[in-house]
Write a protein that binds this ligand. Structure first.
Ligand SMILES: NC(=O)C1=CN([C@@H]2O[C@H](COP(=O)(O)OP(=O)(O)OC[C@H]3O[C@@H](n4cnc5c(N)ncnc54)[C@H](O)[C@@H]3O)[C@@H](O)[C@H]2O)C=CC1
Ligand SMILES: O=C(O)C(=O)COP(=O)(O)O
Length: 524
C-alpha cells in the first residue's frame, strides 16, 4: 500500500479519489508533526505553506511524487526533486477564477475603503465623510502579466466599464485582440493606468518589476495591487511611495516573507491586505485537490500523468540516446526566447542527419520547454511544453531534412514573431560537445554554456579591440571569443564567454560604441 502525506490543508472532497482508494493510505499532518515517519511516504501533497526543500526530500527516501494543489511551485525545490527522481505535478488552472475574483474584490475594496470603513462601524463609529471612494467605471486598469488570471480579471473589469490595457512581452496580438485588450509597452502602461495589478510569475525579470524607478513613472494617485507573488512589487519602494503620497493605495495578498511579521507596509492605513487568500475558495480548493489526487493516483498506478513539471516519460535506454540533443535543444530554445523578447507566433524545428532518426517529438518538446522557461510561472518540461505552447497561441512544427549543413547532425530552430524571425542552428559532436553553429545568417561556432555576451557589430578593424578594452576596463575576463560575418566589411556578430555575469554598466559602455548595434547577455 502506498503512503501519502498531505501536509497543507486541502478539501476532503477533493481528496476523495485518494481517501477511497484501496491502493493508498492518506495521512493528513504537517511535515513537522510527521517528523518521525517521513521515510515511509511515497507521495507528498502540498499547497504554498510547506517548503519542500532538498533536506526534506533527503528525509523521504521513498518519495516518488509531489503534488502541488495550486499553481506556483516556488515553494518546491524542483531541481532537487528532479535530481532525487521525484516527479512534481501541479494543478495549473484549478484556482484561476478564484484568484481573478479575489483580485477584483481587492480592487473594489481598495477604491471604496471597505476594510477601513468596516473597522470603524464595528467600533461604533459612523464616519461617512472619511470614506469617499472612487468608481471603477471609466478607469484604466493596467494588467502586467496576461496569462490565465490576468485574462479572467480583464473580462471582469471590462464588464465594469473599465478600460483594460496590458503589458505582457509574450502576448501575441491575436490573443490580445481575442480578449479585446491592447498590449502596450511597460512604460505606456505605467503612465496611462489609474490602477495597476501584477499577474506574472516571480522570476528574475519580474522581481522588483514595480520598483522605485518604475513606480516613479506612474500617475500620481495610482493604486497598486499584487495578488501574484510577494516581491513583484518591491516592498521598500512601495513604502517610499505610500509615504510620499504618490501611491494612493495598495492591496496585497502576497508578501516577500509570509506571514509578513514586522513588515513596514502594514502600518499604512491605505494599504489593505489579505493572508494569501487568492485560491482560498471551496471551489478552487475542490478543483486543485481533485486534480492533484487523480494525477497522484494515476502515477502510483503506473499510468502517465498530465501536468508533470519536471520529468520526461521515456525509457532509460531511449533517453540516453536523446540526452545530448535534449540538452542542446533546451539551450537553443532558451537562447531563441531571449533573442526574441517579443510575442512569438510560430516555432519550427528542423532535424538534419542522424538526429532525425531519434524520437524527435521529445527533442521538439525540449526546445519548447527551453523557449518557455523564461516566460512562464511553472517549470515547463517535455511533458507539459507542447500544451503550454499551444495555450500561449504559439504553433509549433517539426521537419526532417536531408540537408545536413555539412555536419553529421544538425538541429535548426526558427522562431517567427510579427515582424521578426530568429534562426539558430546547433550540432552535437561526440567527445566534443554541443555547439551552436549558426545565428540568423551568420556562421559561428561556440559552446552554449556559462555567461555569454553577444555583440552585433560592423566588420571593421578595431571593433574587437575596443570590446576587449571595455571588458578589460571592467575587469571582465574573456574565456572564449568567436566571430562570424557574412561578408568582408559588412555586418558581423561575436559571441564571448566571460567569467561572470555582466552588469548594466558594462553593457552600457559596449552599446555606446559607434560600430556596435546590439548587445545581449545570456546565462545558460
Ligand atoms: N494569490 C494566490 O493565492 C495565487 C497566486 N497565483 C500566482 O499568480 C501568478 C499568475 O498565475 P497564472 O495567471 O496562473 O500564470 P500564467 O503562467 O498563466 O501567467 C503568467 C503570465 O505572465 C507573463 N509574464 C512572464 N514574464 C513576464 C514579464 N517579465 N513581464 C510581464 N509579463 C510576464 C507570461 O507571459 C504569462 O502570460 C503566479 O505568480 C501564481 O503563482 C496563482 C494562484 C493563486
Ligand atoms: O496556486 C498558487 O500559486 C497560490 O499562490 C495559491 O496558494 P495556496 O494553495 O492557497 O497556498
Amino acid at each position: 500500500m502506498f503512503q501519502i502525506l498531505v501536509s497543507d490543508s486541502m478539501s476532503s472532497e477533493g481528496l476523495k479519489p485518494l481517501l477511497e482508494s484501496p491502493l493508498v493510505n492518506v495521512v493528513q499532518k504537517k511535515v513537522d508533526e510527521a517528523a518521525n515517519e517521513l521515510h515511509i511516504f511515497d507521495a507528498l501533497l502540498v499547497r504554498s505553506a510547506t517548503k519542500v526543500t532538498n533536506e526534506l526530500m533527503k528525509k523521504m527516501p521513498n518519495l516518488k511524487i509531489i503534488g502541488r494543489a495550486g499553481v506556483g511551485v516556488d515553494n518546491i525545490d524542483i531541481n532537487a526533486a528532479t535530481k532525487n527522481g521525484v516527479v512534481v505535478i501541479n494543478s495549473p488552472d484549478g484556482n484561476t477564477i478564484s484568484t481573478a475574483e479575489h483580485t477584483f474584490a481587492m480592487m473594489s475594496a481598495l477604491m471604496r475603503y471597505i476594510p477601513q470603513a468596516y473597522v470603524t462601524v464595528k467600533s461604533n463609529e459612523w464616519n461617512r465623510g472619511a470614506f469617499v471612494g472612487t468608481e471603477l467605471y471609466g478607469k484604466t486598469l493596467g494588467i502586467i502579466g496576461f496569462g490565465r488570471i490576468g485574462t479572467e480579471l480583464a473580462k471582469r473589469a471590462q464588464a465594469f466599464g473599465m478600460d483594460v490595457i496590458v503589458y505582457d512581452p509574450f502576448l501575441t496580438e491575436e490573443r490580445a485582440h481575442e480578449i479585446g485588450v491592447r498590449n502596450h509597452t511597460l512604460d505606456e502602461l505605467l503612465t496611462a493606468a489609474d490602477i495597476i495589478t501584477v499577474h506574472t510569475p516571480l522570476t528574475k525579470d519580474t522581481k522588483g518589476l514595480l520598483g522605485k524607478y518604475n513606480i516613479g513613472k506612474t500617475k500620481k494617485g495610482v493604486y497598486l495591487i499584487n495578488c501574484a507573488r510577494g516581491g513583484i512589487i518591491d516592498e521598500d519602494a512601495l513604502v517610499h511611495y505610500l509615504e510620499n503620497g504618490h501611491v494612493k493605495g495598495a492591496a496585497l495578498d502576497v508578501f516577500v516573507v509570509e506571514p509578513p511579521v514586522n513588515n513596514k507596509l502594514l502600518k499604512f492605513s491605505n494599504l489593505i491586505a489579505t493572508p494569501h487568500l487568492g485560491a482560498s475558495t471551496k471551489e478552487a480548493q475542490l478543483n486543485v485537490a481533485a486534480q492533484v489526487s487523480e494525477q497522484v493516483l494515476r502515477f502510483l498506478e503506473g499510468k502517465p500523468v498530465a501536468s508533470s513539471i519536471n520529468l520526461p516519460t521515456l525509457s532509460k535506454e531511449v533517453f540516453q540516446k536523446i540526452q545530448p540533443f535534449y540538452q542542446l535543444a533546451k539551450k537553443m530554445g532558451n537562447l531563441s526566447s531571449q533573442f526574441m523578447k517579443i510575442p512569438v507566433k510560430e516555432i519550427s524545428i528542423q532535424y538534419e542527419g542522424s538526429v532525425a532518426e531519434l524520437e524527435t517529438s521529445f527533442i521538439t518538446k525540449s526546445v519548447l520547454a527551453g523557449f518557455l522557461e523564461p516566460r512562464v510561472d511553472t517549470t515547463v518540461n517535455e511533458v507539459n511544453a507542447g500544451l503550454i505552447t499551444k495555450e500561449r497561441g504559439i504553433t509549433f512544427s517539426e521537419k526532417i531534412s536531408s540537408n545536413t549543413s555539412g555536419y553529421e547532425n544538425c538541429l535548426a530552430v526558427k522562431v517567427t514573431g510579427n515582424k521578426h524571425v530568429f534562426e539558430i542552428k546547433g550540432t552535437y559532436i561526440p567527445n566534443y560537445g554541443e555547439r551552436i553553429i549558426g545565428i540568423n545568417d551568420f556562421n559561428i561556432d561556440f559552446y552554449p554554456a556559462g555567461h555569454l555576451l553577444y555583440i552585433h557589430h560592423c566588420d571593421k578593424p578595431g571593433v574587437i579591440g575596443r570590446v576587449g578594452q571595455i571588458l578589460g576596463n571592467h575587469e571582465v575576463n574573456i574565456a572564449t571569443m568567436q566571430v562570424g560575418r557574412k561578408e568582408k566589411g559588412g555586418e558581423a556578430i561575436m559571441m564571448l564567454a566571460v567569467d561572470h555575469s555582466l552588469d548594466e554598466k558594462v553593457l552600457h559602455d559596449l552599446k555606446a560604441c559607434d560600430d556596435i548595434s546590439a548587445v545581449k547577455t545570456f546565462d545558460l
